[in-house]
Design a protein around this ligand. Structure first.
Ligand code: GLC
Length: 397
């Protein structure tokens, strides 16, 4: 195992917190002083290379606030909200949010297990994982159409992405304030619905998002491997076949002319806004080699779309919604680059993957561990000392 002396790892140490006996890593002390779901999975993936005990603690803290129905909330307020000065969001619950985030937990657990083969750890976390993924497969797919629905843009992890403008009833250009108002409006409806996803919430916002489903596919496959390692062969078969069912449904409902589009509503209307989401299927090996080649050549390496000075912008520069400083409306983020990097390796695009790794490292060297970056100038934006930037250390084959 690599040692903990790499200079980037200082950030993980600085952002580590221990509350009520639980250890976790906050995304950024000035902006995000709590625990977030997919951030914690990324932190655990990084830690799995260097400090496996801390990686396990990160996951255990995340699982500790699982809801009775299996859902794992995307935020855990470990510290007093008032004292931390964080804007108070009315989730309808005091200590956590009431929505989830991209289900990267099985991937993080598998990364940990690969390093030390500690069966007692996977045995301990397996029941939580089982209930979480079962929750997504049932409550978020009530009619068995094999696509997982999200009920708030924040569940995608890309809060104000233009993928959600049409379902939110917003034009391609609008203020962040207006966007936030709509998203918090959904939270209020969520409370009124008593958090009933299948019968109530989906009447207000019901999106089958490409990255969320691609992430689900890859995680279900790894969950199947975790189950198999524990000798639960029926579960292993079940999760493996659910993964492939989602792949088929993605191809059926989302794919058009070589691109996968997120959909909304009961009748799967495609949201044809070009964002990095078109590359997310590479991460879960959903495309054929030929499809992948076309996608990379025509879109990723296209300077009029995604091949900017500091790729990969989260939104194509050809979109009217593209804003190089607009949070999830254009800037380059290290986590999305990490997904694309892994996806490119799946198809043997090692040279392109290497370029993305190099520009990601350059962004950090020149602008620091900022939350996101201007894809054209490299300027650092948003929160400072943002932990998941250290994912560049996991950009390896
Ligand atoms: C922002 C991001 C979200 C992330 C959170 C904490 O809300 O949009 O993806 O999980 O910050 O870093």
């Amino acid at each position: 195992m690599d040692n903990m002396n790499h200079p980037y790892l200082r950030l993980l140490k600085e952002n580590r917190r221990i509350t009520s006996g639980f250890q976790y890593t906050i995304p950024s002390s000035d902006t995000y002083p709590y625990q977030w779901l997919w951030d914690s999975c990324f932190h655990a993936i990084i830690l799995s290379h260097f400090r496996i005990a801390d990686a396990k603690k990160e996951i255990l803290a995340l699982l500790s606030k699982q809801f009775q129905n299996g859902m794992i909330p995307h935020m855990i307020y470990w510290e007093n909200i008032k004292r931390m000065g964080f804007p108070k969001i009315k989730w309808g619950k005091e200590d956590t949010s009431t929505i989830t985030q991209p289900p990267m937990i099985a991937y993080a657990v598998w990364s940990i297990y690969q390093k030390d083969k500690d069966k007692s750890f996977i045995k301990k976390v397996y029941p939580h994982l089982y209930h979480f993924y079962r929750y997504l497969l049932t409550e978020r797919d009530p009619h068995g159409n094999q696509l997982i629905g999200i009920m708030n843009p924040d569940e995608s992890g890309e809060d104000n992405s233009p993928r959600f403008d049409i379902p939110l009833g917003l034009p391609p250009v609008h203020s962040l304030k207006e966007n936030a108002k709509r998203r918090f409006g959904l939270v209020a409806q969520n409370i009124e619905c008593k958090f009933d996803a299948p019968f109530c919430m989906r009447n207000f916002f019901w999106v089958k998002d490409v990255p969320f489903n691609a992430i689900m596919v890859e995680n279900l496959r790894l969950l199947a491997q975790i189950a198999a390692s524990l000798g639960y062969s029926e579960d292993a078969d079940f999760f493996a076949s659910e993964a492939e069912n989602i792949v088929s449904a993605m191809r059926k409902f989302m794919l058009e002319d070589g691109l996968f589009w997120s959909t909304f509503g009961e009748n799967y209307q495609k949201i044809k806004v070009k964002t990095w989401a078109i590359f997310a299927p590479l991460f879960a090996k959903i495309l054929t080699q030929k499809e992948a080649e076309k996608l990379v050549k025509k879109h990723l390496l296209n300077p009029k779309e995604f091949w900017t000075e500091f790729p990969v912008p989260t939104v194509s520069i050809s979109e009217s919604s593209f804003d190089p400083q607009g949070f999830w409306r254009g800037p380059t983020w290290i986590a999305t680059n990490w997904f694309i990097y892994k996806g490119l390796l799946n198809y043997g695009f090692n040279g392109v993957a290497e370029q993305i790794k190099e520009t990601s490292i350059k962004l950090i060297q020149e602008s620091g561990f900022r939350e996101y970056f201007n894809p054209q100038t490299g300027e650092g934006l948003g929160a400072k000392n943002f932990t998941w930037g250290v994912l560049v250390l996991d950009m390896r084959s």
